[in-house]
Each structure stands twice: as structure tokens, then as C-alpha cells.
Design a binder for this molecule. Structure first.
Ligand code: KIV
Ligand code: ZN
Length: 401
């Protein structure tokens, strides 16, 4: 299965994303986000952790019933979104999860159990042998309820790779079809994470029958880089969130991974079904419903992502946008881009904004406007269009109707 070039996009905005400190989404908000993710072309949606609360259970159940069957915008995918629920490796979690997702046309149970010695000793207080037995027993139970089973060895990034091979080989035999490799605490560096994925793809017994998946956290700001290293080393599913929301410093941002693939097709010979033109609107929906503001300089979807202030850059962009842009704003759904006028702006940008406003000046008159504009920029942080218009008008330069 690892030979396929389809990259499965698994969105966990509603599960790991909802674990963002300070974020709680109600069921209606989850339905809105889930519907948008379906239109975006997501393959698998982790809708929640049904055992966590009655509210979570009901939200997952409604998403399974109402969003699970939707086909709008999914022509490229060709099938409805798989609805997935998370479960610890316990009987109660797994049965509750199966119940919550039961009505989705396509459904998956995601079972996780920690495998690092640190977690086994201090958190679970079990030895490695018990860990393997528990993983096998719980994957077997999940498989008796649902066909599509994902298993995650939590804290895989700090687990012994040979022990991982043992656990993963055993859960494949028990019926797991996707093996997700979480760098739970965002500790790995890209070359390490890539090496781990390759080691598992090469050494786990039965690896050719399953899909390997990445799940990276951003504690060192490396989640996207680690995910890309995972793809290069054989992973064919990526677990991501919109805007990179998630526990602590967040999860891998979907928009970053997908656009990195787009801009470097030779390095990532994979295809996906995401409609990238919906990234910006989706980002806005997630930001507005979660209340989590997107940082202005966030890659792809931040307000500044396609704004150019320096005169040199503005001049280049006015001549040809690709001088300072590696993707078109339209390709990610950003419209209405204006050059930002500030103290680093040059004559070309100011002249061009003036022309948009209907002002055409001779060189001498324009020089006076430019000097007034620079003086204003030194005294004011944000120079608005009204300020610019006032400078042109104050000089009483001719206005072309
Ligand atoms: O980060 C993590 O380990 C997780 C698992 C539950 C997959 O979110
Ligand atoms: Zn996680």
C-alpha cells in the first residue's frame, strides 16, 4: 500500500485542534467546520473523542449523520469523507466511539496507546509486554466493530524504534490498516522523523499492507518540516489542522503542507484532492468559530502573507508578481490584495495607488506628493487610503475623472 501516490489528508481540527488551550466548540460550530472541511476535499475527518463527554459524543454522532454523507464539492474525491473518532486502548472508549460514528457511510476508529518507556513507566505503569498485548486486544475489538482501523503509538517520536516495530507488526496482524506515528511532544528534528518513518516502513512486518501516517506537533516550530520529511520517507497520510491549531504550540498546518507540495512537485510526487482555493475561506471560518486569531504573518493564510511593503518588492511585484511571490494569492483563495503603503514603499507603488484613485500627475507634482507621503509615514504607523487621497488632493493636482 505504501507504493501509492495518493496522499490522504486527515484533518484533526475538531479533535487535536479543539485541544487548543482556550478553545471549545459547540456542536453547531463543529458542524459548520466539518461541512467546510468536506467541501475542501479532506479524506478523513477526526470529528472528536466520543468518550470525553456527552457533548463530544453527540457532536461526533451528528457529524457522522449529517456531514458524513455529503458529496457537495467532493467530485475530485469521488466519495464522502470518512468520519473518525478517537479512542484510548480501552473497551469502553472503543465501544463508545463505534456507537458515535455508526451512521457515517465511511467510518474509522483511531485507537492510541503510548509506547515510549517514559509513558509506559510514569503514565501507564505497564511494561512493554503488557503494552503489546493491550494494543493487540484493543485493535482486535475495534476491528470487530468497524473495518477501517487506525493505530497510534503515542509518543512514537521518543519510543525505541525496534519496540515500535514489534507493536506495529502485532497490530497489523490484529487488523489495523493505518499506522500513525505521532511526534506527540514535537521533539523530533526533520531528519530524525524522516529516518524513523523510513525505518518503520522498511522493518515493520506487514508494512506493505498498511498506510503510514504522520502526526506532528509544533513545539519547536518544526511540525510542517517533519511532516514533509515523513512524506519523503514513505508516509501517505498526514494528520493536520487548519491554521495549525492544536495542543500547546499546535499541530501541522494543512495549508502549509499542501502548498509546500504544490510549490515543490518534483520533491513530493504525491497527489491529493484538496481544493486549495478554499484555504483562506476555511481559515477564516475556523478562526471565527474558534475565536483563535490567526497571527498576521502566518504562512499562507495570515493577513500579511501576500502583502508587500518594501519599495523594492513592490516595484518587482508591479512588474511581475512572481518576483516576490511563490504562489498566487488566488490559488489559496486570497482576493483583494493591495500593496501596503508605508515608509518602505517606493515611488512606483505610490504612483500606482494614486492612479487607481484617479490621479495622474506630472513628475514635478508627483515628487511633492511623494515627499509629503514620506513625511506622513514617519509620523504615523498606519497610512490609510484616505491619508493617501488627502495628500494627492491637498496638492490640488489634477484629477482624471
Ligand atoms: O499527539 C498525539 O500523540 C495524539 C494521539 C492521540 C494521536 O494526538
Ligand atoms: Zn496530537
Amino acid at each position: 500500500m505504501a507504493a501509492t501516490n495518493k496522499l490522504i489528508i486527515f484533518d484533526t481540527s475538531l479533535r487535536d485542534g479543539e485541544q487548543t488551550p482556550g478553545v471549545t466548540l459547540n456542536t453547531e460550530e463543529k458542524i459548520i467546520i466539518a461541512t467546510q472541511l468536506s467541501k475542501l476535499g479532506v479524506d478523513v475527518l477526526e470529528a472528536g473523542f466520543p468518550i470525553a463527554s456527552q457533548g463530544d459524543f453527540e457532536a461526533v454522532q451528528r457529524i457522522a449523520r449529517e456531514v458524513g454523507p455529503l458529496m457537495e464539492g467532493r467530485e475530485k474525491v469521488g466519495q464522502p469523507m470518512t468520519i473518525c473518532g478517537l479512542a484510548r486502548a480501552t473497551e469502553g472508549d472503543i465501544k463508545r466511539c463505534a456507537e458515535a460514528i455508526a451512521d457515517a457511510p465511511r467510518k474509522r476508529i483511531h485507537v492510541f496507546l503510548a509506547t515510549s518507556d517514559l509513558h509506559l513507566e510514569h503514565k501507564l505503569k505497564i511494561d512493554r509486554e503488557t503494552c503489546v498485548k493491550r494494543a493487540v486486544a484493543m485493535v482486535t475489538l475495534a476491528k470487530s466493530l468497524v473495518d477501517d482501523i487506525e493505530f497510534s503509538p503515542e509518543d512514537a517520536g521518543r519510543s525505541d524504534p525496534d519496540f515500535l516495530c514489534q507493536v506495529l507488526g502485532a497490530v497489523i496482524e490484529a487488523g489495523a490498516t493505518t499506522l500513525n506515528i505521532p511526534d506527540t511532544v514535537g521533539y523530533n528534528l526533520p531528519h530524525e522523523y524522516g529516518k524513523l518513518i523510513k525505518y518503520l516502513v522498511d522493518h515493520v512486518k506487514g508494512a506493505d499492507k498498511v498506510t503510514f501516517s504522520t502526526h506532528c506537533h509544533n513545539d519547536l516550530g518544526l511540525a510542517t518540516a517533519n511532516t514533509l520529511a515523513g512524506i519523503q520517507n514513505g508516509a501517505r497520510q498526514v494528520e493536520v489542522t487548519i491554521n495549525g491549531i492544536g495542543e500547546r504550540a499546535g499541530n501541522t498546518a494543512m495549508e502549509e503542507v499542501v502548498m509546500a507540495i504544490h510549490t515543490h512537485p518534483a520533491l513530493f510526487p504525491v497527489h491529493h484532492t484538496i481544493n486549495t482555493e478554499l484555504f483562506y475561506p476555511t481559515s477564516r471560518i475556523v478562526a471565527e468559530t474558534s475565536g483563535l486569531v490567526v497571527q498576521r504573518n502566518k504562512a499562507i493564510v495570515g493577513r500579511n502573507a501576500f502583502l508587500h511593503e518594501s519599495g523594492i518588492h513592490q516595484d518587482g511585484v508591479l512588474k511581475n508578481r512572481s518576483t516576490y511571490e511563490i504562489m498566487t494569492p488566488a490559488s489559496v483563495g486570497v482576493t483583494d490584495i493591495a500593496l501596503v503603503l508605508g515608509k518602505h514603499s517606493g515611488r512606483n507603488a505610490l504612483r500606482s495607488r494614486g492612479a487607481e484613485m484617479g490621479f495622474t500627475l506630472n513628475d514635478v507634482a508627483f515628487q511633492r506628493v511623494f515627499e509629503d507621503f514620506k513625511a506622513l509615514c514617519d509620523s504615523k504607523k498606519n497610512v490609510s487610503d484616505d491619508d493617501v487621497r488627502a495628500i494627492f488632493e491637498k496638492e490640488n493636482h489634477p484629477i482624471v475623472a
